[in-house]
Design a protein around this ligand. Structure first.
Ligand code: ADP
Ligand code: MG
Length: 428
């Protein structure tokens, strides 16, 4: 992809926009772009520099994204709406052509990395609530004030706000990447997350060594640690407006990333703001459990779409006939009674039971969380609550009791518990 029309190759120290920005390290990449950490010499701050591929269709897409990002920034002068901020944009000419570049405020790791960091065990419900509030503030502003649909909401596209100070111990700075100084000297090898992981492992080894008097006496086994997100402010922002659109303009039919796709998109029954609410519910579930809510797979005899619809009905009940047969693609999947043509036997496993049985939620936590999520997963898009209505939901504003927190989702504070139980084993 590093050829004419493709990505622009960047080396650390490369200057951009007449020397204002200096490239530091790669932060990530997407289909259309590479994203670099850069030092802004004008403001002495770090920024994210998104460099688009140069071919005409990518430039067109970047112009669209800049238009959306500008509308977001113009309507929110205080930068309080939990959406990534566009700082600047310009053109950069390189060997592969002319690249549109977006300068964005520098953010930290994505929620996907946060979920991975937590070993796919799900975050404490109080953290989930904080994150949900941020996302909803962003969606409410986007939908109600700007009439924009994001269309690609998912954990990967929600980034933690970076509170990193490169001079401080990354262990206390959250999950943010470790920076390199503008001169090029690396402050730390690897990401902060790797460093935390190493620290935890080292601590655990030391703890075992203290108990047994000998390093690695448990066959090198390191006790499974829960990781603390206590130091992490989970405030976050929604990013990636490359697929966003104004609700009243003609938009693509095939939107959203598979697992976060709403049923009306699969059935091609028309869509609006409420597709974001569906994706939001899928994201909240994933944060709380560590698993995707729907992970459809195609197989012999049926497609990914059919599996997806079946999974939805197993969790949420039968799709009302009118909705099932109401889309341009309905005939491909449903018979005239509104039953799936090729997947006949469905095992109903409702959300609150799933949360208790599979994810070991307490009855209360499961019921409350399901009451929050289920309306968002209504098969009738117009019945789903808006982001504004969702923000009023009591679940978001009631802290889950600490007792449940400790019991269901232990964090690093429980390290001592883990080690004393280990001690008993060693003692025997
Ligand atoms: P694309 O539209 O090409 O998918 P994205 O906007 O999703 O590009 O950015 C690609 C990746 O770059 C993201 O997944 C993320 O890892 C990183 N990234 C994007 N924006 C920022 C930012 N503001 N701060 C830090 N990292 C970012
Ligand atoms: Mg992306």
């Amino acid at each position: 992809s590093y050829r004419k029309g493709g990505y622009h190759a960047v080396r650390i120290g490369d200057p951009f926009n007449a020397g204002r920005y200096i490239a530091q390290r790669k932060l990530g990449w997407g289909q259309f772009s590479t994203v670099w950490l850069a030092y802004d010499t004008q403001t002495s701050k770090y920024v994210a520099l998104k460099i688009q591929k140069s071919a005409q269709q990518f430039a067109q897409a970047a112009l669209h994204e800049i238009e959306i990002l500008s509308a977001i920034a113009n309507g929110d002068p205080s930068n309080s709406k939990c959406l990534v901020r566009l700082v600047d944009h310009f053109k950069h000419i390189g060997p592969n052509g002319q690249h549109l570049c977006m300068v964005l405020e520098f953010l930290g790791d994505s929620l996907l990395r946060l979920i991975r960091f937590n070993r796919y065990k799900g975050l404490q419900l109080n953290k989930v609530k904080e994150i949900c509030k941020c996302i909803l503030i962003g969606l409410d502003y986007l939908h109600r004030e700007l009439s924009i649909i994001h269309t690609d909401l998912k954990p990967e596209n929600i980034l933690l706000i970076s509170t990193i100070d490169p001079t401080k111990d990354p262990f206390r700075s959250g999950l943010t990447p470790v920076l390199e100084r503008p001169e090029g000297g690396t402050l730390n090898g690897g990401s902060a997350m790797n460093i935390i992981e190493k620290k935890l492992k080292r601590r655990a080894k030391r703890a075992i060594a203290n108990i047994s008097g000998r390093r690695g006496s448990l066959g090198g086994e390191v006790p499974k640690l829960e990781r603390s997100l206590d130091g992490v402010d989970v405030k976050c922002k929604v990013v990636d407006f490359g697929n966003a659109c104004w609700a009243d303009t003609q938009f693509a039919e095939e939107i959203q990333t598979r697992q976060y796709r709403a049923p009306e998109v699969i059935l091609q029954a028309g869509h609006s703001f409420s597709v974001d609410m569906w994706s939001f519910a899928c994201t909240a579930f994933e944060l709380a459990t560590g698993d995707m809510m729907f992970a459809p797979k195609g197989a012999q005899g049926f497609s990914e779409d059919e599996d997806h619809l079946a999974l939805m009905m197993e969790l949420l009940g039968k799709m009302p006939r009118k909705i099932a047969i109401g889309g341009a693609r309905s005939k491909d999947y449903f018979d005239r009674h509104g039953d799936l043509k090729r997947i006949r036997r469905l095992k109903y496993w409702p959300l609150d039971r799933l949360l208790v049985d599979k994810y070991k939620f307490s009855e209360t936590d499961a019921r409350e969380f399901a009451e929050f999520l289920c309306p968002l997963l209504d098969f009738a898009p117009e019945k789903r609550p808006t982001a504004q209505q969702c923000l009023q939901h009591p679940w978001l504003n009631l802290r889950t009791s600490t007792h449940d927190e400790m019991e269901n989702q232990p964090n690093v504070k429980n390290l001592n518990v883990g080690i004393s139980s280990l001690q008993i084993k060693v003692g025997k």
